[in-house]
Design a protein around this ligand. Sequence first.
Ligand SMILES: [Cu+2]
Length: 232
Amino acid sequence: MTSRISRLFAVLASALVGAALVLLAPTAALAHDTLVSSDPADGAALESSPAQLTLDFSADILDVTPVVRIVGADGQAVQEVTPAVSGRSAVATLSEPLPAGEYTVQWRVVSSDGHPIEGDFGITVQNDPAPTADPAAEATPSAEATPSADASAGAAAQTPAPSSAPAGAEPSATPSAEPAVENSQSSAMMPLLLGVAAVALIAAIAAVLVSRRRAAGRIDRETSREDPRVGR
Ligand SMILES: [Cu+2]
C-alpha cells in the first residue's frame, strides 16, 4: 500500500516535471531576444562606409559586454567596437570609416533573460572613404592648391582661350553674320513676301472656286446634254 502510494506519487511527480519542462521550455526560448533589424540592413550595398551600425532587438537587451566585430572578406577582423546599448538597440560607432569591400558584422549581446545571443549580417561598402582623406590633405596643401589651381586656371584661360575663341568665333562669326544679313533682307522683304503670298493664296482660292463652279457647270451641262466636249 505504501509502495502503491509512493509509486503513484512518483508517477505524478514525473508528470508534473514533464509538464513543467514542456511549459517552461517554449517560454525560455521565447524569452531569447532576437535581432529584429539593423541599419545598415543585412545585405545592404552602401556607397560609402557607414558612420555607425544600429542593431535593434526584440526586447531590451542587457548592457553586458556587448560586442560588434566587423570582419573583412579575408576573415580578418577590421574593427571591434563596444556598442552603446540603449533599450532595444545597440549602436556601434565605427572608429574609422571602412574601405571598399564586403564585410560581415558579427554581434554578441546579452538577451533580456540573461543569456548571451549572437549573430551576424553582411554589408558591402562600394567606395573607399575619399572624403575623409581630402580634409586631412587639404590642411597643408591648401596654400599650394590655390596657386596651382590659379596657375592651371590661368593656363586654361590663356592657352585654350585663343585656340578655342577663334575656333568658336569662326563658325559663329560666319553663321551669325549671314543670318544677320538674311534677317535684315528678309525683314525688309517680309511685307512684300507676305503681300505676294497673300495675293497668291487669294488667287489660288479664287482659281479653285472658279474651277469648281465651272466643273459643276460642266457636270450640270454634261448631265443635261450629251458630252459637250465631244461636240466641240
Ligand atoms: Cu535565454
